[in-house]
Design a protein around this ligand. Structure first.
Ligand SMILES: [Zn+2]
Ligand SMILES: [Zn+2]
Length: 860
C-alpha cells in the first residue's frame, strides 16, 4: 500500500464494527414512519462474491443509505438462495455433502459482504435450505393442492440430460438448458405443476400497472404470457360424420381464405384419420423425423416447413368447401388446439407452406396499391369473404365470431402461450414435496403437524438418473397420513425457484414461527419499493414471484397484489469485451480490489463507471481514479482540520432518534455543533461575490446529486457532480485566501466539505463516516438528514450595472450576474433614466462591459 493513501483498511474495519455494535441498520415496523423496502436479489451461495455482486449490492446500499438519510424506515435484508444443483454437483465431484458445501460457502460470502460494508439488517438473514424456511412452502404446497393450484400429471417435459432433471419452459433458452447450456430433450414423466395459467390474465393486466419496472422487462413478460384472442371452431372431416377437428385462430375474419388445414403430427385424431397401411407407414415415418426437432426449430420462421398430406379432407363451415388436410411440423400440440385452419393469404408461415406444397392462396383483405407477393397482415377491407365483404378487420372478426356462435359451430376464445409451471425436480438438494402415495388412498398430502418433511442427510449421490431420494429407504418408507398403513413418500423435490418466490415476504418477519410470515409485518413492509437484479430473471424468477404472491394473497396471507413496486435491472460487468468469467480468465476478484484500494473505492468505481442499467466495462485506471479522488477528499479534511473545526457547521444534528418517534425532524441550519446561537458568521451570511458564488456551487451540487439519485438512478453523473464540488473546494480554499475574510471563508469551506461528505456517504460510507467524525460530528452520517439545497443560494447573484450616455453616468441597472449582452443592451436603451438623453439623437453604438457598465455612444 502506498503511504499517501488514506488508511482505508483500519477505517473500514472500524466502521463495520461500529455499525454492527450499534445495530444501526436493524429495523422494526414503525407505523409512524414512512417505510422503504430496498432489496437486491439474493445470491446463490457459490462460495465467492464476484464483481457483478459488488455492483448490485453497491447500488442497493446506496439507495438504502440515501433513504435512511431521507428519514425513511429502511428494510434492507440479505439471505441465501441455498438449494440448487451446483451444491449437488460439487458433492459428486468433491465428495462433500451439499449441506456442508453450502453452509461453508455462505460463511465465506457473508464475510465478504461484511467487508463491503453493506447496510444489511443481518438479524433478518434467511437461508432457504433451512427446514425452518422450507417448512412454510410445504404448507403452502398443501394449500395449493387443496385448491387445484398444484397438481400432478404425466406430460412430455423438457429434460436436461446433463443436469438429469426436468426443466420448466422458462428454463429452456433457444432449446438449451438455462443452467448448463446442454441441448434439452423431451421425456414423458409424471410430475408436479403449479397452475400459473389460472393467473395469466391478471399477470398480464398488471404488466400495464407497474410503471416502476423497465419497459423491456414488461414486454418480455407480456410476450411470455402471450395472450391471443380469437375463435375456436370445428372443421368437419369430409365424409366422416363422427370426426371433426377443433381449430383455434386469432383471425376468424380470414376464414373464407382457408385453402388447407394442418394438424400437429402428435395430434390424437391423426390415427383415426389414417386411411390405409401405406398412409400409416408414411405418418409413422414423418412423426419420427419431426420428433428429432426441438419446438424452437419447428417454429423458426426462416426454415422450410415439412408436411405430409393426408387422404382425408376437411370442410370449411364458412363456405362448405372441402380443403386438403396435412400434418406438419410447424404446428405444435402445445399451442391452441394443436390444429389450425391455414390462410396463406394473411399468414406468412401458411404462405410459405402453401408455396412449398403448391396449394392455392386466396386473398381476403384488399392489399395496398403496389403490394406484391407474401402474406398480408396489415389493415384493409375484407374481400372474397361472403358476408364479411366490405368490413374492416376488427368488424369482420366480431361478425365471424357472432356467426359461429349463432350457428352453434364455435366460440370466442382467448389463448395464452404461458404453460403451467413444472416444479418437480429429480434431484436431491431441494425442498421435499410433502405428499405420500398409499396403496389404498392414492396420493395423500402430509399432515400439517408433520411438517417440515425434512430432507434426509444421508444420501448417495451419483448424478446418474433418477431421484436420489428414491434410494433412501428411511425417507421413502412412511405411513399414510389417512389410513396409517404403509406408504411411500414423493421423491421429487421442488424447483428452487419456489423458494425465491417468497423470500422477500419471509424477510418481513424472518423468525416468525406461527406461519410463513407475520401478516402485520408484511402489511407494513410490502411491497418491495425497489428491487434490484439482473435482466436474466426478466421472465423466470420475476414471473414466478409475481404469481406466488398472488396465490398467497388469495390464500389470505398478504394484501399486496404485486411483490415489487419498482425494478432496476443492472447491466453486466465486462472486461476485455466479455462478461467476467473464470473460463475467459478475465475475472477481477473483489477481495483483491478491497485489499488494495478498500471497499469504498470498489463501490465508488462500480457506481461511477457506468449508469446502472448499462454494462460496466472494467477499467483499472478507473479504479485508480476513484481511489485518487477519495484520497483527495481525505487530504483536504486532514490538511485543514483545525481551521474547518473552528467554523460552525451548516448542518445541525438530527433530533435523537427514538424508536417510534417521527424521524424527519428538519435540519436546523446555521447552528454550531451542539446547538445554541453562534456568534460566528455562517455560510449563509457570505457577503462577498466570490463567497456567494462558491456557496452556490455547493447547493447546485446538492440539487444535482439529489435529482440524479431520485430521477433515473444516474449515479455516475451524481459522482461527477461531487467531484466538481471537490475541485471547487480546493480552488476556493487557495484562491479566496486573500480576498475573503477568514470567518466567511472557513464557514463556506466547512459547509462545502460537509456537503461533500453527506452526498458521498451513500456511495462510500466508511471513509465519509470517518471524516465526518474527525470534523467533530458525533452522529453517524446516516443519521443525518440528507442536505437540501437552499433556494436563496441557488438564485443567481445580482450585479449593479452603470448606465452611461456618451461617457456620462445617467442611471443604474440591477441585473443577474452574466446577463447576456443582448439583454443588457435592450434594457439599457429602454431605461427611463436613459431615454431623455437619447431624445433627438441617433445611437451610434452600445458598448457593454460585462457585469460592469453600458456606454451608449450617440451622434446628433
Ligand atoms: Zn442442464
Ligand atoms: Zn392410506
Amino acid at each position: 500500500m502506498s503511504s499517501d493513501r488514506y488508511p482505508f483498511a483500519e477505517i473500514e474495519a472500524k466502521w463495520q464494527a461500529t455499525w454492527e455494535a450499534r445495530k444501526q441498520f436493524k429495523v422494526t415496523e414503525d407505523p409512524g414512519r414512512p417505510k422503504f423496502y430496498c432489496l437486491e436479489m439474493f445470491p446463490y451461495p457459490s462460495g465467492r462474491i464476484h464483481m457483478g455482486h459488488v455492483r448490485v449490492y453497491a447500488i442497493g446500499d446506496l439507495l438504502a443509505r440515501y433513504k435512511w438519510m431521507r428519514g425513511f424506515n429502511v428494510l434492507h435484508p440479505m439471505g441465501w438462495d441455498a438449494f440448487g444443483l451446483p451444491a449437488e454437483n460439487a458433492a459428486i465431484e468433491h465428495n462433500v455433502h451439499p449441506a456442508i458445501w453450502t453452509y461453508e460457502n455462505i460463511d465465506n460470502m457473508r464475510a465478504q459482504l461484511r467487508k463491503m460494508g453493506i447496510s444489511y439488517d443481518w438479524d433478518r438473514e434467511v437461508t432457504t435450505c433451512d427446514p425452518a424456511y422450507y417448512k412454510w412452502e410445504q404448507l403452502i404446497f398443501i394449500r395449493m393442492l387443496e385448491r387445484g393450484l398444484a397438481y400432478r400429471r404425466r406430460s412430455t417435459v423438457n429434460w436436461c440430460p446433463s443436469c438429469q432433471t426436468v426443466l420448466a419452459n422458462e428454463q429452456v433458452e433457444a432449446g438449451r438448458c438455462w443452467r448448463c447450456d446442454s441441448e434439452v430433450t423431451k421425456r414423458e414423466i409424471d410430475g408436479w405443476f403449479f397452475k400459473i395459467t389460472d393467473y395469466a390474465e391478471e399477470l398480464l393486466a398488471w404488466c400495464d400497472r407497474l410503471p416502476g419496472w423497465p419497459e423491456r422487462v414488461m414486454t418480455m413478460q407480456r410476450n411470455w404470457i402471450g395472450k391471443s384472442e380469437g375463435a375456436e371452431f370445428d372443421l368437419p372431416v369430409a365424409g366422416r360424420r363422427d370426426l371433426k377437428i377443433r381449430v383455434f385462430t386469432t383471425r376468424p375474419d380470414t376464414a373464407f381464405g382457408v385453402t388447407y388445414a394442418v394438424l400437429a403430427p402428435e395430434h390424437p385424431l391423426v390415427d383415426a384419420l389414417i386411411g390405409d397401411a401405406d398412409e400409416r407407414a408414411a405418418v409413422e415415418c414423418f412423426r419420427a423425423e419431426v420428433a428429432k426437432q426441438s419446438e424452437v426449430e419447428r417454429t423458426a420462421e426462416d426454415r422450410p416447413k415439412r408436411g405430409l398430406r393426408l387422404q382425408a379432407q376437411v370442410v370449411n363451415p364458412f363456405n362448405q368447401r372441402a380443403v386438403p388436410l396435412f400434418i406438419a411440423d410447424y404446428v405444435l400440440m402445445t399451442y391452441g388446439t394443436g390444429a389450425i385452419m391455414a390462410v396463406p393469404g394473411e399468414d406468412q408461415r401458411d404462405w410459405d407452406f402453401a408455396r412449398q406444397h403448391g396449394l392455392s392462396i386466396v386473398e381476403t383483405v384488399k392489399r395496398p396499391v403496389g403490394w406484391v407477393g407474401e402474406a398480408y397482415t396489415g389493415d384493409g377491407v375484407k374481400i372474397n369473404s361472403g358476408f364479411l365483404d366490405g368490413l374492416t378487420i376488427p368488424e369482420a372478426k366480431r361478425k365471424a365470431i357472432d356467426w359461429l356462435v349463432e350457428h352453434g359451430l364455435g366460440v370466442a376464445k382467448v389463448n395464452y402461450r404461458l404453460r403451467d409451471w413444472g416444479i418437480s425436480r429429480q434431484r436431491y438438494w431441494g425442498a421435499p414435496i410433502p405428499v405420500v402415495y398409499c396403496p389404498i388412498d392414492g396420493m395423500v398430502p402430509e399432515k400439517e403437524e408433520n411438517l417440515p418433511v425434512v430432507l434426509p442427510h444421508d444420501v448417495q449421490l451419483s448424478g446418474k438418473g433418477g431421484s436420489p431420494l428414491a434410494e433412501v429407504a428411511s425417507f421413502v418408507n412412511t405411513t399414510c397420513p389417512k389410513c396409517g398403513g404403509k406408504a411411500r413418500r414423493e421423491t421429487d423435490t421442488m424447483d428452487t425457484f419456489v423458494e425465491s418466490s417468497w423470500y422477500f415476504l419471509r424477510y418481513c418477519s424472518p423468525h416468525y414461527e406461527q406461519g410463513m410470515f407475520d401478516s402485520q409485518a408484511a402489511d407494513y413492509w410490502m411491497p418491495v419499493d425497489q428491487y434490484i437484479g439482473g435482466i436474466e430473471h426478466a421472465v423466470l424468477h420475476l414471473l414466478y414471484a409475481r404469481f406466488y404472491t398472488k396465490v398467497l394473497r388469495d390464500l389470505g396471507l398478504t394484501k399486496v397484489d404485486e411483490p415489487f413496486r419498482a425494478l432496476l435491472s443492472q447491466g453486466m460487468v465486462i472486461k476485455d469485451g466479455a462478461k467476467m468469467s473464470k473460463s475467459k480468465g478475465n475475472v477481477v476478484d473483489p477481495d483483491d480490489l478491497i485489499r488494495t484500494f478498500g471497499a469504498d473505492t470498489a463501490r465508488l468505481f462500480s457506481l461511477f463507471a457506468a449508469p446502472p442499467e448499462k454494462d460496466l466495462d472494467w477499467n483499472d485506471h478507473g479504479v485508480e481514479g476513484a481511489s485518487r479522488f477519495l484520497n483527495r477528499v481525505w487530504r483536504f479534511v486532514e490538511t485543514h482540520h483545525d481551521e474547518l473545526t473552528s467554523a460552525p457547521s451548516a448542518f445541525g444534528p438530527r433530533a435523537p432518534l427514538e424508536l417510534g418517534e417521527r424521524s424527519v425532524a428538519p435540519a436546523r441550519a446555521g447552528g454550531a455543533v451542539g446547538g445554541g446561537a453562534s456568534p460566528l458568521p455562517t455560510s449563509k451570511d457570505a457577503t462577498t461575490e466570490e463567497g456567494r458564488a462558491f456557496r452556490r456551487t455547493s447547493h447546485v451540487t446538492i440539487k444535482r446529486v439529489s435529482d440524479d439519485i431520485e430521477g433515473d438512478f444516474h449515479f455516475n453523473t451524481a459522482v461527477s457532480a461531487i467531484m466538481e464540488l471537490v475541485n471547487a473546494l480546493y480552488a476556493f480554499e487557495s484562491g479566496a485566501r486573500d480576498r475573503v475574510a477568514a470567518p466567511e471563508r472557513v464557514a463556506l469551506l466547512r459547509e462545502a466539505i460537509e456537503t461533500t461528505l453527506l452526498l458521498l456517504g451513500p456511495f462510500c460510507p466508511h471513509v465519509t463516516e470517518e471524516m465526518w467524525q474527525r470534523l467533530g460530528r458525533a452522529q453517524s452520517v446516516f443519521q443525518q438528514p440528507w442536505p437540501v439545497a437552499d433556494p436563496a443560494a441557488l438564485a443567481r447573484q445580482e450585479v449593479t450595472v452603470v448606465l452611461q450616455v456618451d461617457g456620462k453616468v445617467r442611471g443604474r441597472l440591477v441585473l443577474e450576474v452574466d446577463a447576456s449582452e443582448e439583454r443588457v443592451r435592450s434594457l439599457a436603451l429602454a431605461d427611463e433614466r436613459v431615454r431623455p438623453w437619447l431624445q433627438g439623437r441617433a445611437v451610434d453604438r452600445v458598448v457593454v462591459v460585462a457585469n460592469r457598465l453600458v456606454n451608449i455612444v450617440t451622434r446628433a
